[in-house]
Design a binder for this molecule. Structure first.
Ligand code: 5AD
Ligand code: SF4
Length: 587
């Protein structure tokens, strides 16, 4: 057992009533004078370390509750390396990475990919180096996901593998620190430190600015954790470091957290309250990406179209919120602020050659002005993710989604009328609490009725803390969930194949990504609807340079004539290289 010398739990009122998420910040340590032996502080090199004793004595006279509160609630504070005053218990140079090598591994959704870039940006500024070689890492950080049980199990398995590596390092006396970042750190908090003694650092999704301090604490032999959720952290001033230099597209985080409280979902508990990043900082990032030559930006967040920038007082007029017809919210209607339509308009004006996408939206926030803008603006992709979750109004009610099947279908029709040719995708959960065979049939029929181009289908996984965990029964047997999931996948594929086959014979604008994974003679790119398009790497005409024959490069726009379609991919042959602006003349 670890002695808990300094453990602070800070509960902040998150205005969520009885389901309020508890925010924590704790610092756990083994001290020099503790009776604990190598089982709790297993690193022999740690125990002999004079520097650590020095550290421990500084720690004893060190941080106060006020200090943790202050640092946790000041989202725009400078990075550790730039701080004039380090925390009282750490020397300034202890916050520096001193060229130590960090290996980052990402699990879960695109938000986590973005979080990895943010965490890395913070560590890089603090003097760490990045490595893609696990064996040479001084620090291994896993950016984790909690959305389903399986996602967490993958991390536990990975931790068992890393334990072997760490033990080997102990013998060779080259220390290795391991950190758990993101949703799993937030959901399980101390449980991770208790279950896996080899984990040194825990950082929740709003605590990445604290990573240099947490790693400094870990370096001196302590376990360190910051899982405090914030009401305003958006990392607005942290420019994520793009990891792939040849990338043609980037994700730009525009908001964090979620206020919807769908009954199955752990996200509001792991990522906290909804908050939007100021428009100005989003535009600055998009401009930089455009200058770097990137051709596609996806605006990212848990509920992107609920975006609301309240950062400036003058934005806070009393304009009311226009929800989609037949939709309600689980929270008190919000007012004012710069909304998603404004942001989308501004972002799409930065570079007419840059494609704009967004994910993931909630169906409740699709006012006409957003649909109109998508229809009119050439570089906003005609692609909408519209997570339905179920086709049964009864199940939707139990999920507290705020709409019925009928309202959802009406919205689909309205979107298709407003944006002809729009590509639709969705998320579905099979086997939610109380789902009957009749409910399942309703979901199958919704898949048939809407005929989505893309789909993400999951078996329900009960998560502790959620409303479903407290109020509902996970009563659909596992094998029934899996059977229903299989049926949904089959129907989705049949319908998507039909939907995608309507493209055969058409000419589509494709943004080239690079070589196809399956064949060295084929290239791969994405059409406006975000479907993968494969075509032979052949010479073609360059529309902007008549008489010139060129080969497509990553980041080029090309016109491809579609010759075949499956549920996930289109195939075709390339006609010419073009630009986004010129392409409409051909399509
Ligand atoms: N079980 C299964 N799927 C879930 N999702 C969210 N929570 C759960 C859960 N507990 C799915 C939803 C959501 C997507 C990101 O993950 O479909 O839209
Ligand atoms: Fe989860 Fe619902 Fe929020 Fe999506 S909208 S993150 S499903 S609570």
């Amino acid at each position: 057992m670890h002695s808990l010398q300094c453990a602070l739990q800070v509960q902040r009122s998150l205005r969520w009533g009885p389901m309020a998420s508890v925010s924590w910040l704790s610092l756990r340590m083994c001290t020099a004078h503790s009776s604990l032996s190598s089982t709790t502080c297993p690193n022999p090199e740690r125990q002999e370390d004079g520097a650590r004793k020095d550290f421990s004595s500084r720690l004893a006279t060190g941080p106060t509750l006020q200090h943790f509160l202050r640092s946790a609630s000041a989202p725009q504070e400078k990075l550790s390396s730039e701080m004039e005053d380090p925390p009282p218990y750490l020397m300034k140079d202890e916050l520096l990475g001193s060229q130590r090598k960090v290996y980052l591994e990402t699990y879960g959704c695109q938000m986590n990919v973005n979080d990895t870039e943010i965490a890395w940006s913070i560590l890089q500024k603090s003097g760490y180096l990045r490595t893609s070689n696990l064996q040479e890492a001084d620090v291994i950080l896993l950016v984790t996901c909690s959305i389903r049980e399986k996602a967490e199990q993958t991390i536990w398995n990975r931790l068992h593998q890393l334990k072997v590596l760490k033990t080997r390092r102990l013998r060779s006396r080259v220390p290795l620190r391991i950190g758990i970042l993101g949703c799993m750190a937030e959901r399980l908090k101390e449980e991770i430190l208790n279950r896996e003694k080899m984990v040194d650092v825990l950082a929740g999704p709003d605590a990445y600015r604290d990573l240099p301090r947490l790693l400094a604490v870990a370096e001196s032999g302590q376990q360190a954790a910051n899982v405090l959720l914030s009401l305003d952290e958006t990392y607005a001033d942290v420019m994520p470091v793009q990891t792939s230099p040849s990338a043609t597209s980037a994700f730009v985080s525009i908001m964090r957290g979620c206020d919807n409280m769908c009954t199955y979902c752990i996200v509001p508990f792991t990522r906290g309250r909804e908050r939007s990043r100021p428009v100005a900082s989003i535009l600055e990032e998009v401009r930089k990406l455009s200058e770097q030559g990137l051709k596609e930006v996806t605006l990212l967040g848990q509920n992107v179209n609920s975006f609301r920038d309240n950062s400036e007082i003058q934005f806070n007029n009393a304009a009311s919120t226009n929800l989609s017809r037949g939709f309600t919210t689980n929270y008190k209607t919000k007012q004012g602020g710069l909304r998603f339509a404004h942001l989308l308009d501004q972002v799409s004006r930065v570079d007419p050659e840059m494609r704009i996408r967004f994910t993931s939206p909630h169906p409740k926030d699709f006012p006409d002005e957003v649909l109109q803008l998508i229809h009119e603006r050439e570089n906003i992709c005609k692609q909408i993710h519209l997570p339905a979750q179920s086709g049964s109004s009864r199940v939707l009610e139990a999920m507290r989604r705020g709409y019925s099947r009928e309202a959802y279908v009406e919205l689909v029709h309205h979107i298709r009328e407003s944006i002809p040719g729009v590509s639709l995708s969705s998320d579905f959960i099979a086997g939610f609490c109380g789902e009957t065979e009749e409910d399942h049939v309703q979901t199958v029929s919704l898949l048939r009725e809407v005929q989505y181009n893309m789909g993400f289908l999951f078996a329900y996984s009960m998560r502790q803390k959620t409303r479903a965990y407290h109020r509902l029964k996970d009563d659909v047997p596992e094998e029934v969930k899996l059977r229903r999931l299989e049926e949904l996948i089959t129907v989705f594929r049949e319908e998507a194949t039909k939907a995608n086959q309507t493209s055969v014979g058409c000419t589509q604008l494709v943004l080239v990504e690079g070589l196809s994974k399956r064949s060295a003679t084929d290239l791969c790119g994405r059409n406006d609807g975000n479907l993968k398009v494969i075509f032979p790497d052949a010479e073609m005409e360059d529309v902007n340079n008549p008489g010139h024959r060129v080969r497509a490069q990553p980041g080029d726009y090309v016109l491809v004539q579609i010759t075949s379609a499956s549920s996930q991919t289109l195939k075709g042959h390339v006609l010419c290289r073009t630009t986004l602006k010129d392409s409409s003349a051909y399509c």
